[in-house]
Each structure stands twice: as C-alpha cells, then as structure tokens.
Design a protein around this ligand. Structure first.
Ligand code: FE2
Length: 378
C-alpha cells in the first residue's frame, strides 16, 4: 500500500527523521539526576509530579524529570523504577521507558495511529505536557515503547519551558485535525493569564571552565543524542518492527548486533542480542555527541578524575562512531560520549581507546555525519 506523506509516495504514513529522546527508570532517582546534571552537564527542563496519579507511591519516587541537551524540551526522560513498577505492573522491572522518533508533521503522527495499531500494539496517543509533542506510542515485540512524535517544544533564549497553563492543550485521544498553530496557543494563554514563568534549570556550579571561549561549569557540552542501544531476544526478529513497521534501514550487522539508521547517519539504534547483556554488565545504553574533539578528551579526563564509573565496553558496539568512551550513573544505563559520527556509507570504523588518542586529528570530511549545534554552548 502507498501512503502520501507531504506529497511523497511512501510505504507508511510517516517518515522518521531522527532519534529524538530516550527514557529510562532508575532505582536511585536523585543519584541519576545528579549524575546527568552535575557530571554530564545536562539540563532539567521540567518536573512531572505523579503524587496525585499514583498516591500509594512514596513522594520521593513520584517525580519524573525531563532532561535536555539542546533546545529540544527533552532528550531524556527519567523516572523512578518504583514508579513504573507500581503504576504499570505489566512492565515491572522495565529499565527502558521509551525510545522516541521524530516525524515531520502532525498529520504523520495522527495517520500513524491506525498504522501502528494495525502493525504493532498501540500504547497511547495524543499530546503530552510537559514537552508539547504530539505522539503515538507503540510496543516493539520485546515490549520496548517506541514513540513517533511531532512538534517538540523548543526551549529558547531564556531557558524556560512553557508554563503549566499549557497543559490544557494536552490530548489523551486522537487529536482532530487541523489544530491551531503553537503561536496561537501562546497568544491565547498569554491574553488570558498574562506571561507566566515556566520552569528553568538553576545551575549551582561555578562556570569555571573555558570551553573554546565560553565559561561553562564543566569542560564540555553534550549537544546531541546520537543513538540508543537496546537488548532484544532476537535482533533479526525485531526487524519486523523496526525496519518494516517504523521504516528504519539496516546499515550493518556485526557479531549478532544490528545497526539501524533513520537518515544518513551510520545508526541511531543498535539492537543487541539479549545474550550479550551479562557479558557487558549493562541493561541499555545511549550515546551523546560533544561539539569538538578537545571537549571529548576534556570530558574523559574530567569525568574520570571525579571518580565516575568509566566502562570498558567492546569497540564493536560502536561502528560509525569515530571517538568516544563510556561512563555510567547509578542505574544500569551506560552513556557513551562521542565525537565524530560517520555517515552510513563511510565503512563503520570503531573508536580507539582514549589512552591511544593523539592530541589533534583531521576532520573526517564528507565521511562524517555531523548536524550543527544550534545556539550558544551555555
Ligand atoms: Fe516521549
């Protein structure tokens, strides 16, 4: 069947453009939040309070944190393990909360609802607040929640997210089309309530590091979510969902792993055989890019000397990532910090050990996939 997507003839009613965000659960919510914001320098963009929705939960476990690395309202979503275990007994023990893919229009999301319902198991639809993104969530065969979304709220020059009043524009059912544009929402709510302050991350650390001309609280800045790695029972069997239903493309297979891309990057998703889990000692992984080679090396020295857990994971986990290292917070998610992502057709080289890196390198040229970072570093 052919679908028309903005005039393009496609096999499905949406076209995934990039990996947008990744969510996971932690047994140590304050520890994970501290690791992400004070070690990795990510920003909290909003806090979701579940105390009335899950009243039986101890208050310290009833908060969800939206985390951003650039102007996207969230690049990560962090919740307590106890929250998912209590709220969704069917997903008890689930480490990964969600994996979210950006599509190019609201119409693609809405028309994707029936398609996902027919080709997978639909979880929920509508539009969340905080974050403002319109979405359809579906399960992959291993039970991971995959979201297609459009219209992520953009956090601008003042670093504030939308005020809570905008929650009235959330949807929990199929949104009728067309919708008013976001500018109209802003005008309507401002006319009624005035200009309200939204949440802003308050940085307590001193900005003592000169990062290529700008003073930051740590010697690097994470600028982009590069990829996610999931353990699945059988990567080949998972392709029915990730390749056929979502439309991702296989870039390469390596040691039982399958690497899939959304656009021209080497991969945005790595499917790893469940059997590797014990050997690697992690439950899931994701990678963030920094803006320069100097920042990558500085991040390694900084995080290591501050006593963070640096993981020694096989290089074959990272084809298409030129340089990088792994670090871990208090939960089972490994986070890789990388510089130099390759295009899908560059050959898939793997990162050398950090200790072997020269002081300077040549740029990868057109072999590299390197979307520009928009806006100031801090
Ligand atoms: Fe999401």
């Amino acid at each position: 069947m052919t679908y028309l997507v903005g005039g393009l003839e496609l096999d499905r009613p949406f076209r995934i453009e990039r990996l947008g965000h990744f969510g996971y659960h932690t047994p140590d919510l304050p520890g994970t939040l501290r690791f992400l914001t004070e070690e990795l320098g990510l920003f909290c963009s909003d806090i979701d309070d579940f105390t009335t929705r899950v009243p039986e939960l101890p208050k310290e476990h009833a908060l969800g944190y939206f985390i951003r690395c650039n102007s996207d309202h969230h690049t990560m979503v962090i919740g307590s393990q106890l929250l998912v275990d209590t709220r969704e007994p069917a997903r008890k023990g689930a480490l990964v909360n969600q994996l979210s893919w950006q599509v190019g229009s609201l119409k693609q999301v809405v028309e994707g609802i029936d398609y996902l319902d027919h080709n997978a198991r639909l979880r929920r639809i509508g539009r969340d607040s905080p974050g403002s993104n319109w979405h359809a969530y579906a399960y992959c065969p291993d039970g991971y929640v995959n979201e297609i979304y459009y219209g992520m709220e953009q956090v601008g020059w003042d670093g504030r997210s939308k005020p809570v009043a905008y929650a009235e524009r959330a949807y929990h059912t199929r949104p009728p089309l067309p919708q008013i544009r976001e500018h109209q929402e802003v005008c309507d709510i401002e006319a009624r309530d005035g200009i309200l302050p939204g949440f802003r991350h308050e940085e307590k650390r001193e900005a003592a590091y000169d990062v290529e001309g700008v003073l930051l609280p740590q010697p690097f800045r994470l600028t982009r979510l590069a990829r996610a790695c999931l353990f699945v029972a059988d990567p080949e069997a998972s392709l029915a969902f990730y390749q056929d239903t979502l439309g991702l493309k296989v870039t390469e297979r390596r040691g039982g792993m399958i690497f899939l891309r959304a656009a021209d990057e080497h991969h945005s998703l790595a499917l790893l055989p469940e059997a590797m889990k014990g050997e690697l000692g992690i439950g899931a992984a994701c990678s963030f890019a920094v803006a320069s080679y100097d920042q990558l090396r500085a991040a390694y020295d900084y995080l290591r000397t501050r006593g963070n857990v640096i993981l020694d994971l096989p290089a074959d986990l990272s084809p298409g990532l030129s340089y990088g290292f792994w670090v871990k917070g208090p939960e089972a998610v490994a986070i890789q910090i990388t510089y130099g992502a390759e295009r899908f057709d560059a050959g898939g080289s793997t990162p050398p050990a950090m200790a072997d890196l020269p002081a300077t390198i040549q740029h990868g040229g057109e072999r590299w996939f390197q979307p520009p970072f928009l806006g100031p570093l801090g």
